[in-house]
Design a protein around this ligand. Structure first.
Ligand code: AMP
Length: 508
């Protein structure tokens, strides 16, 4: 894919470091192919694993494609992991070489044969072009071979290595073009969120389309910088977890930016990875205009389970518009999606059960973990662990992860429903609802609430708001007011940590 772009359009700008051009497509291919040749000469064999443990970086993209040119498997890991966690992954993946940045790995990581700092002259030496990229052979791999080993962010237990194959990445990319967004060479993918995760994988469709790729100079999410970069290098596309969307909207609101000004910076904001609450997407669209698309996916089926397209978000005349905005949309065109009971039998429309999916975006399995693979993929269907319901038009609404469901007095309570309601109460900024062991009810509902700046919230006001909006048994028995919610690197609220806090003692 990279060589094809480089041969067709060598002069096209490809990678930006902030607003500065880092490489054209011709240069990118020349650099990645040269690095591939040097990796092979150094003894790396097709199928060997190469680790990336770094903050976002323009060379991240060059090294991923260098590895693929040489037939290697990339293992990009979360830059916020503890070194012991990374060393566990190095051992599990049997990674041979590692590319790092000094801020995340200043010392040598155990288990690597060679560790190279992305900012070092060693990294640049590896990438210095050796001649026309077409002269450097691409190591033949099949679409069934693993290309990307993605360690799930799993908030409990050991991470599992999701084997993403060439076919997974290709299906995901082609489905992106048909279902999520059109991409032209003038478009730019902006990598604010971590490239080791959902955001980085957007490089594949954007490379296929010959678009541009920009890594912010700050190497992370800074709303002011993201708005400014969009204005300078052209409206950008980005992937944002709901918390990042919230930060962008807060910034726009604070600066008094309207939808037209947002349009000058952003073409498309794809959001997903965690629940987007109705009140939040309504506010985002009112402030930033029609530039949102939602995807629902997981590492095991990257970017590609369902989509809530721009036109669905905009179809305000539709009688079920509001329900649709709170849904995750419809099955992407390369995937089948069903809602089943515990035995994998189809449920009726509207009934709540586990979401299962099948299609060419589903992983090959977990790396060297046949038991976990057999538990996740049954009869060809991936059991997502997410709980939801399908409506008559095929729109899927997620309720929760199955383990997040609360059972109180024998009734199932889906925290998401309670969170949606609390977010519409005056003065509430963020909320997360979990279950707490209760001697009488089994579990009782507890809401952790973050107030908007300057607002003092009262439990009884929130209780009255719940009573006015949802069944009595669903309303929190207790409110815990906090300054912020614990989140992982990808913006997901760590409900396990909230539950642990409750176990640890009263209040906070
Ligand atoms: P990961 O494998 O780390 O990408 O996490 C995937 C999980 O994030 C899914 O199984 C869902 O629980 C959650 N998730 C992903 N996309 C959405 C979405 N659009 N709305 C709600 N939850 C989501």
């Amino acid at each position: 894919m990279l060589l094809r772009q480089a041969l067709l359009h060598p002069e096209r700008p490809a990678i930006f470091d902030g607003d500065r051009l880092h490489a054209t497509y011709g240069q990118w291919a020349a650099r990645s192919s040269a690095a591939a040749q040097r990796l092979r000469t150094a003894g790396l064999q097709p199928g060997d694993r190469v680790l990336l443990f770094a903050h976002n970086h323009p060379r991240y993209l060059e090294l991923i494609w260098a590895a693929w040119w040489a037939g290697l498997v990339v293992v990009p890991v979360n830059a916020k992991l503890h070194r012991l966690e990374v060393e566990w992954i190095i051992d599990n993946a049997q990674a041979r070489w590692g590319f790092v940045t000094a801020d995340v790995a200043s010392d040598a990581l155990a288990g690597l044969e060679r560790q190279i700092d992305l900012d070092s002259s060693q990294a640049e030496d590896l990438l210095v072009p050796m001649g026309p990229p077409a002269d450097i052979p691409i190591t033949g791999r099949t679409l069934a071979d693993t290309a990307w080993l993605f360690y799930t962010s799993g908030t409990t237990g050991r991470p599992k290595g999701v084997m993403l194959t060439g076919r997974n990445l290709m299906t995901m990319s082609l489905t992106y073009f048909s279902d999520v967004d059109t991409v032209t060479p003038q478009d730019t993918m902006l990598y604010g969120a971590p490239m080791s995760h959902g955001c980085g994988i957007y490089a594949v469709p954007h490379l296929i389309a010959g678009a541009r790729h920009a890594v912010p100079a700050s190497r992370g999410v800074d709303p002011a910088e993201m708005f400014a970069l969009g204005r300078t290098i052209g409206p950008v596309t980005t992937f944002a977890a709901p918390t990042i969307v919230k930060r962008l909207v807060d910034f726009a609101e604070h600066q008094g930016l309207d939808a037209a000004q947002a349009a000058a910076s952003f073409k498309t904001i794809v959001y997903g990875g965690a629940p987007m609450y109705l009140a939040d997407i309504q506010r985002a669209m009112a402030r930033m205009g029609p530039r949102f698309v939602q995807i629902y996916a997981q590492g095991e089926a990257p970017m590609t389970i369902t989509v809530l397209a721009r036109e669905h978000l905009l179809d305000a005349q539709h009688p079920r518009h509001v329900e649709r905005m709170a849904s995750v949309g419809v099955a992407q065109s390369s995937m089948q999606v069903r809602v089943t009971d515990e035995q994998g039998r189809d449920l009726h429309l509207g009934e709540i059960g586990e979401v299962v999916t099948r299609g060419d975006a589903v992983m090959a399995g977990y790396w060297r973990n046949p038991e976990a693979t057999a538990a996740a993929i049954r009869d060809g269907w991936l059991f997502t662990g997410d709980v939801g319901a399908m409506d008559a038009d095929g729109f899927l609404t997620l309720k929760d992860r199955s383990k997040d469901m609360i059972i109180s007095g024998g009734s199932n309570i889906y925290p998401r429903e309670v969170e949606e309601v609390l977010l519409t109460a005056a003065g509430v900024s963020e909320v997360s609802v979990v279950g707490e062991p209760d001697p009488e009810w089994g579990e009782s509902v507890v809401a952790f609430v973050v107030a908007l700046p300057g607002v003092v919230l009262e439990g009884h006001d929130l209780d009255a708001h719940c009573l006015a909006n949802i069944a009595r048994f669903k309303r929190p028995k207790r409110y815990v007011f906090v300054d912020s919610l614990p989140k992982n690197n990808y913006g997901k609220v760590l409900k396990t940590e909230l539950r642990q806090r409750l176990k640890a003692g009263p209040s906070r």
